[in-house]
Design a protein around this ligand. Structure first.
Ligand SMILES: NC(=O)C1=CN([C@@H]2O[C@H](COP(=O)(O)OP(=O)(O)OC[C@H]3O[C@@H](n4cnc5c(N)ncnc54)[C@H](OP(=O)(O)O)[C@@H]3O)[C@@H](O)[C@H]2O)C=CC1
Ligand SMILES: Nc1c(N[C@@H]2O[C@H](COP(=O)(O)O)[C@@H](O)[C@H]2O)[nH]c(=O)[nH]c1=O
Length: 617
C-alpha cells in the first residue's frame, strides 16, 4: 500500500475565515420568506440556506451514537400560493448510526405525497454500500425532481455513483462547486465540509481526524509545577469537553497523565455515546488501580511497546482492559491502528510530551485551547506542547480558520493545523466513475476484506441495515433490526431469569447495531451468571442461522455473496480475533468463514437445482 500523503507541517496562509462552532441542533422553523421577484440570486439564497440546513440536520446524531459519516436530507417544495422561489421544508432526516435507516428514506417518509416535485438537499452524496441503493430509490420513489448535493462522497468507491444513478433516473442533480457557484454556496459548502471533516481527513490521509484539546492558564501552564491540574478550566469549559468526547470515537492520554491525574475520560453529564479510552505508554509502568481500568464505565485500550511488562499486561487483560502491543509505540502507528479499527475521530487529552510527539508526527489536525483567566507561574510547570524542535518564531505553526468563544470566564480558541482536505480536484466526471475496488489489492485479488458498513462489501457486516425474521423458542416469528441485534441478544436467550429476558428486550430495542453490541458486551461482563451456559458452543450456530436468514431474505445480498466466488472473505477487524482476521492475519476470521460456508451452500443448491432441471430436460 502506498504511504498516505503527507500534509505540510506548517499550514499555508489562512483562507477566508470560517468560524468553527459546535452548533446546537437547529429547531424546526419556517425559513424567512425571500423577496417576491424571481431572481437567480434569490433561488441561490434558498438553495444555499436549505443546504446549510441539511448540514445542521446531519449533525444531529453527533454525540448520541458512535460517530459515523453524517448524512442529512432536507426536502423542500415551493409554497403553493407563492409565485416566487419561496419554499418550505416538508421532510427532514439524518443517519442516526451505521446500519440504521438512511437520511433520504426518513425525509421522504416524513414528506409523503408532498415530496412529489420537490427538491432534496443533501450535505453529502449518499453512499449506499448494500447493493440496494436505498437512498437513491427513496428519492426516486418519493417523486423528487431535483437534488442539490453539497459534497461528492469522499470515498473513492462511492464517489459519483449516487449522483449518476439519480441523473439516470431523470432527476436534475446540482452539485455545489460544479453546477452551482456563488459566495453563498461557498459558505454552505463550508458547513458541509465541517460536518464531515472526520470522514474527509480519514479518506485523504488514512488516519482518523485528530483533535488536540488542552486547558491552560493565562500564563500558558496546563498544571502547577507539582503536576496538580484540577482544575485549570472552569465547570462550563469542562462541560464542553464532555461534548467533545461524546463526538469522538476515542480519547487518548499518555502514561504520565494516567499516573498523575487518574482520569476517567468519560462523557458523563452528556447522555449518549461514550468513547473508547486509549492510554499510550511505552513502559507500561502504569498504576495497578486506576479509574481507566473500570471498564464498566467505558472500554479501555492500553497501547504499549512490544514485550513491555507482560505480567502487568496480563493483569490488565484480567480486568477487561485490551492491551495492544506495537513494535515501536508512536502516534502515527497508533493512528493507523485506529484507522483500521474504523475510527473517524480521536480526541487527544494528553500532556505536552505526547502532544509534541503527535504534532511532530503530523497526526493532529485541529486544536481546542481552553484558556482560563488565572496565573500559576513555575518554570517547570508543564505546558501544552513540548519540544517541536523549532527555535525561530517564524517556524511557528499558524492555525487556520480560527474561532474564539467565551465560555463563562474562560476563552476557547480553536483552529485547524491542517486545512480540511479538498477532495474536489480529484472528483471524476460523470462518465469517469472509478471502477477499481480499493478494498481489493491487485496483488491479492482472491482476498476481499470488509468491516465497516461504508466499505465496498459493507453489506457483509453484521451492522448492515437488513432486518431478519427469526422464530423464537415458541416458534413465533420475531423481527430483529440487524444480525448484530439477534446475535447479541441470543447470549441471554433461554436463561430462566427475568433479568436475562429484560436484557434480551433491551438489546432488541437498541436504536443501532453499535448500541446492540455495546449493551450485549457490557451486560455479558457485568452479569456473567446471566449468559446462557451453552453460549461458547452455540455462538457459531446462532451466527450462521442469522446470516443464512439475512442472505436468503435479500436477493441482492445473495447475488453480492455469490459474486465473490473464488475469493477469500475476511472480516478486517484488527481486534476481534474470533470473528475477525486480526491485525496480521492472526484472527480466526469466523465471520468470513461462515460467509464462505454459506456461499458454498447456496452455490451447491443453485448447482443442484440446475442439474435437476437439466435431468428433467
Ligand atoms: N490541563 C490539561 O489540559 C492537561 C494537563 N495535564 C497535565 O500534564 C501533566 C502530564 O504531562 P506529560 O508528562 O507531558 O504527560 P503525557 O500525557 O504527555 O504523557 C507522556 C507519556 O506518554 C507516553 N508515550 C507513549 N508514546 C510516546 C511517544 N511516542 N512520545 C512521548 N510519549 C509517549 C509515555 O508514557 P510512559 O512513560 O508510560 O511510557 C510518556 O511518558 C500532568 O501534570 C497532567 O495533570 C495532562 C493532560 C491535559
Ligand atoms: N486539568 C484539566 C483537564 N485535564 C484533562 O482531563 C482529564 C481528567 O478528565 P476526567 O477525569 O474525566 O474529569 C485529565 O487527565 C486531562 O487529560 N481538562 C480540562 O478540560 N480542564 C482542566 O482543567
Amino acid at each position: 500500500m502506498p504511504p498516505p500523503p503527507q500534509p505540510p507541517l506548517a499550514a499555508p496562509a489562512p483562507a477566508a475565515p470560517c468560524p468553527i462552532r459546535l452548533r446546537p441542533a437547529p429547531t424546526r422553523r419556517r425559513l424567512p420568506a425571500a423577496p417576491r421577484a424571481v431572481s437567480l440570486a434569490a433561488s441561490h439564497a434558498h438553495d444555499a440556506a436549505f443546504l446549510s440546513r441539511a448540514a445542521d440536520v446531519a449533525d444531529r446524531s453527533a454525540g448520541l451514537t458512535c460517530p459515523h459519516p453524517n448524512f442529512g436530507c432536507v426536502i423542500a417544495r415551493p409554497e403553493p400560493e407563492a409565485d416566487g422561489p419561496e419554499a418550505r421544508v416538508v421532510g427532514e432526516g439524518f443517519l442516526y448510526a451505521q446500519g440504521t435507516r438512511c437520511a433520504e428514506l426518513l425525509a421522504a417518509e416524513e414528506a409523503g405525497e408532498r415530496a412529489r416535485g420537490a427538491t432534496a438537499y443533501l450535505n453529502l452524496e449518499p453512499g449506499d454500500c448494500y447493493g440496494d441503493s436505498t437512498a437513491v430509490a427513496s428519492l426516486v420513489q418519493a417523486g423528487i425532481t431535483r437534488v442539490v448535493v453539497g459534497l461528492r462522497h469522499p470515498l473513492k468507491h462511492l464517489r459519483g455513483k449516487a449522483i449518476q444513478s439519480l441523473r439516470s433516473e431523470g432527476i436534475q442533480v446540482d452539485v455545489v462547486g460544479e453546477d452551482l457557484q456563488s459566495k453563498l454556496f461557498k459558505e454552505a459548502l463550508t458547513s458541509c465540509l465541517i460536518v464531515n471533516a472526520p470522514l474527509l481527513y480519514r479518506a485523504a490521509f488514512r488516519v482518523p481526524f485528530s483533535v488536540l484539546k488542552y486547558a491552560m492558564t493565562a500564563d500558558g501552564k496546563i498544571a502547577a509545577s507539582s503536576g496538580h491540574a484540577s482544575w485549570v478550566s472552569g465547570r462550563a469549559s469542562r462541560g464542553r469537553v464532555f461534548e467533545l468526547r461524546g463526538r469522538s470515537d476515542a480519547v487518548i492520554v499518555g502514561g504520565n497523565t494516567v499516573r498523575r491525574d487518574d482520569p476517567r475520560l468519560t462523557a458523563r453529564h452528556v447522555k449518549g455515546h461514550v468513547p473508547v479510552r486509549i492510554v499510550m505508554s511505552q513502559t507500561c509502568n502504569l498504576p495497578e488501580e486506576a479509574n481507566l481500568w473500570n471498564v464498566h464505565e467505558a472500554y479501555t485500550i492500553v497501547a504499549t511497546q512490544r514485550g513491555a511488562r507482560r505480567d502487568f499486561q496480563k493483569k490488565l487483560a484480567m480486568k477487561g482492559v485490551e492491551v495492544v502491543e506495537f513494535d515501536m509505540l508512536n502516534p502515527r502507528d497508533v493512528m493507523s491502528y485506529c484507522y483500521d479499527r474504523g475510527y473517524l475521530s480521536v480526541l487527544w487529552e494528553c500532556g505536552g510530551t505526547l502532544s509534541a510527539a503527535a504534532i511532530s508526527a503530523r497526526v493532529i489536525h485541529k486544536v481546542y485551547a481552553f484558556c482560563a483567566p488565572k496565573i500559576i507561574g513555575g518554570v517547570t510547570a508543564p505546558t501544552p506542547v513540548g519540544d517541536l524542535g523549532m527555535n525561530q518564531m517564524t517556524q511557528a505553526i499558524d492555525l487556520i480558520d480560527v474561532s474564539y468563544e467565551q465560555i463563562d470566564r474562560d476563552m476557547l480558541m480553536s483552529g485547524f493545523i491542517q486545512p480540511i482536505p479538498d477532495l474536489s480536484p480529484v472528483i471524476p466526471s460523470a462518465d469517469e466513475i472509478p471502477s477499481d475496488d480499493p478494498e481489493v489489492s491487485p496483488y491479492e485479488t482472491n482476498i476481499i476484506s470488509f468491516y465497516k458498513t461504508w466499505d465496498t462489501f459493507g453489506a457483509f457486516s453484521n451492522f448492515s441495515p437488513h432486518p431478519i425474521d427469526m422464530p423464537d423458542e415458541k416458534g413465533d416469528c420475531l423481527t430483529w433490526p440487524t444480525v448484530e441485534h439477534y446475535y447479541q441478544a441470543h447470549k441471554f436467550v433461554g436463561v430462566e431469569n427475568p433479568q436475562a429476558s429484560n436484557i434480551v428486550q433491551e438489546i432488541k430495542r437498541a436504536r443501532s447495531p453499535e448500541e446492540a453490541a455495546r449493551i450485549g458486551r457490557t451486560r455479558q461482563r457485568e452479569f456473567p451468571e446471566l449468559l446462557r451456559p451453552d453460549w461458547e458452543s452455540m455462538k457459531i450456530d446462532v451466527m450462521y442461522r442469522a446470516l443464512k436468514c439475512k442472505f436468503s431474505t435479500y436477493a441482492h445480498l445473495t447475488e453480492m455473496l455469490l459474486s465473490t466466488a473464488g475469493s477469500v472473505l475476511v472480516e478486517a477487524s484488527p481486534h476481534d480475533l474470533f470473528w475477525g482476521g486480526g491485525r496480521e492475519g492472526e484472527g480466526l476470521n469466523y465471520l468470513g468463514r461462515l460467509l464462505m460456508q454459506l456461499r458454498s451452500e447456496i452455490l451447491g443448491t443453485v448447482r443442484t437445482s440446475v442439474e435437476a432441471r437439466g435431468q428433467e430436460v
